[in-house]
Design a protein around this ligand. Structure first.
Ligand code: FES
Ligand SMILES: [Fe+2]
Length: 357
């Protein structure tokens, strides 16, 4: 048996949150034109908003004047955010556009003042925010946000739950194959555990469980010849790309699971599904079962917290915990590359894993 524990002490300790990467902050539909929303992201208060012209933006949600949350202000017709305290106005790039209290003869250039702005990408119906390393806010993004690989991807079903755990336990729960019969088992859904053999290969920032025929009966919804591929990429994105045929047509269903660290102890887990419009009759199935399954995962980490309070040492074993070991190694390698400014080298090697679940 091999046991491996994450590195949490010493000079090269892996930080809780990875920097220089994209996090899914919220669904695009949550932010209407002129709307402002406060979200915690990696322990920082972030204002996510949309200007009147439709541009999505993100600013540190602390007015540089006297600290009032800008999210409590409003968006003006000229595409600025007005602070509710003294009316200072900020553009989407964070630069101050106006200080109303100034009068003629007072030499102060408002544009020398700014609030931190974050790089934002709106794609596939999601708002991604780039959390750069301290001091590197102005540098080019190292990566692109993850892309849903189907044409005109529109979210068809979304379920979001807040997990009372840090990012690592939330992510490991996503890739842990051995918990399913215990955590998700139901009298009407009890699958006899079987030996599974799955092939894995590295991806640029993670790894993939290569395309295979899934064993769970629910995949039968997508007709015959169903296959699936599951990817994980840093910091916390899992894609399941399911392909089947329905009435002679090829159909792709993509399930995207993102873990958004709100703070060190709280992680929002969001599942977003994409499928072609004509397939929408499968939606009731997701509505009926989706919250239950995600809720199972949420409840088990709440229970786990009862043990983690006592700071026990934990184990990762062969082969069922190998994806979790890879996650820790990937995270360490990424943190190292951010710290030293060197290119990221993926430590994952191609491998076939076997376990019973
Ligand atoms: S606190 Fe924001 S304008 Fe004064
Ligand atoms: Fe689960």
């Amino acid at each position: 048996m091999t046991a491996e524990a994450p590195n949490t002490t010493g000079a090269d300790a892996v930080p809780i949150f990875l920097r220089d990467c994209w996090y899914m902050a919220t669904h695009a539909s949550n932010i209407r034109r002129g709307g402002l929303r406060r979200e915690m992201l990696l322990g920082e208060p972030v204002l996510i908003g949309r200007m009147r012209d439709g541009t999505a933006f993100a600013l540190r949600d602390i007015c540089p004047h006297r600290g009032v949350p800008l999210s409590a202000g409003r968006v003006l017709a000229e595409n600025t955010v007005e602070c509710p305290y003294h009316g200072w106005r900020f553009r989407a790039d964070g630069v101050c556009a106006l200080i109303p209290s100034l009068v003629d003869g007072q030499q102060m250039d408002a544009s020398n003042i700014s609030v931190r702005s974050y790089r934002v990408r709106e794609q596939d119906g999601l708002i991604w925010i780039y959390m750069s390393a301290v001091g590197r806010e102005a540098a080019e993004a190292r990566t692109e946000p993850p892309k849903v690989g189907v044409p005109n991807a529109r979210p068809r079903w979304v379920e979001s739950q807040t997990f009372a755990c840090g990012i690592d336990h939330a992510v490991i729960g996503l890739m842990d194959p051995a918990h399913a019969p215990y955590v998700h088992g139901r009298w009407w859904w009890r699958v006899q555990p079987k030996v599974k053999t799955k092939h894995y290969a590295p991806l640029p920032n993670g790894f993939v469980m290569t395309r295979h025929q899934p064993s769970k009966p629910m995949y039968g919804l997508l007709g015959g010849d169903v296959s699936t591929e599951i990817t994980f990429e840093l910091p916390s994105t899992r894609f399941e790309n399911i392909r089947g045929t329905w009435a002679g047509r090829q159909v792709d269903v993509v399930g995207l699971t993102t873990c958004t660290p709100r703070d060190a102890e709280t992680t929002e887990v969001t599942q977003t599904f994409y499928w072609p419009a004509w397939l929408s009759f499968i939606k009731p199935f997701f509505m009926a079962l989706g919250p239950t399954f995600l809720g199972d995962d949420r409840k088990i980490v709440e229970l786990q917290k009862e043990g983690l309070k006592f700071n026990p040492s934990l184990m990762l074993i062969q082969d069922s915990d190998v994806p979790a070991m890879w996650y820790h190694r990937l995270k360490k390698a990424w943190a190292e590359s951010v710290r030293t400014g060197t290119p990221f080298v993926n430590p994952v090697q191609e491998k076939t894993l076997r376990w019973r679940s």
